[in-house]
Design a protein around this ligand. Structure first.
Ligand SMILES: Cc1cc2nc3c(=O)[nH]c(=O)nc-3n(C[C@H](O)[C@H](O)[C@H](O)COP(=O)(O)OP(=O)(O)OC[C@H]3O[C@@H](n4cnc5c(N)ncnc54)[C@H](O)[C@@H]3O)c2cc1C
Length: 213
């Protein structure tokens, strides 16, 4: 979409220093889980833009972004302060590393990468796919969504570090398409672990959020 003022439906805490912001989908908005939008706001006369990845499995009526909030940051704290009815300028969707109906998906998520992980996981499960989610963080975010995925048959692993060890412990899943979401350091470690475990890393869909704060 060209730049559009999108209405906030609600903001809720989904774990430590993390919020999920739900927006009303503008007419004609189409996006897949794993794609991202660019959000804009003005701070002391300076316009800032940041990217945020969809954390809802679809964009029917509403869509959601999951935002890790560092109090020293700019857009993160601003988004966390939004209220229902506020309008937020954004463009998108962008990105090629999204779910495209694969039968077997292995999603590796670090930190706020859990947003696209729960989105891809839920959509793929609804399509009847075999789903694995490995999520690395200090403390878990979106625990209810992860539990719902596990209850619906996904293989869900939470680790506080050592994503490589978690990937190594996967057996018989290297034929799946790997999806990797998180800050750059996490993505590098995750891709290396996938390579060691025999995944086709050239076919992996890797979306780096840039350098970690
Ligand atoms: C493709 C892509 C997808 C992304 N998807 C997501 C997503 O789904 N969810 C998500 O949470 N993020 C995502 N990001 C990251 C996001 O775009 C932002 O980089 C992130 O939210 C930080 O933005 P900010 O404006 O809050 O912080 P910034 O102002 O950019 O600051 C970054 C960090 O610098 C430090 N800092 C800044 N100002 C100060 C200060 N005055 N004093 C001390 N330290 C300071 C803080 O540690 C802060 O966290 C994505 C990025 C990319 C490239």
């Amino acid at each position: 979409m060209d730049e559009t003022a999108v209405t906030v439906r609600g903001v809720r805490s989904v774990g430590p220093d993390t919020v999920a912001v739900e927006f009303e989908s503008p007419d004609g908005f189409a996006a897949e889980p794993g794609q991202f939008v660019q959000v804009f706001a003005e701070f002391e006369g300076e316009r800032e833009g940041r990217f945020y990845t969809l954390s809802s499995p679809d964009v029917v009526d509403t869509f959601e972004l999951t935002v890790g909030v560092d109090p020293e940051g700019t857009l993160g704290p601003w988004l966390a302060d939004r209220q229902s009815g506020d309008e937020v300028a954004m463009t998108g969707p962008f990105g090629d590393d999204y779910y495209e109906g694969e039968d077997e998906v292995v999603v590796l998520a670090g930190g706020p990468g859990v947003g696209p992980a729960v989105a891809v996981g839920a959509r793929a499960l609804a399509d009847g796919a075999d789903v694995t989610v490995i999520y690395e963080d200090d403390r878990p975010v979106h625990e209810d969504r992860l539990a719902a995925l596990a209850n619906a048959g996904a293989h869900v692993v939470f680790v506080t570090d050592d994503v490589a060890g978690a990937v190594q412990s996967l057996t018989g899943r290297a034929a799946g398409v790997a999806f990797v979401y998180g800050f750059a350091e996490f993505c590098e470690a995750a891709v290396e672990a996938l390579d060691v475990a025999g995944f086709d890393v050239d076919a992996a869909k890797v979306e780096s959020f840039g350098p970690a704060p």
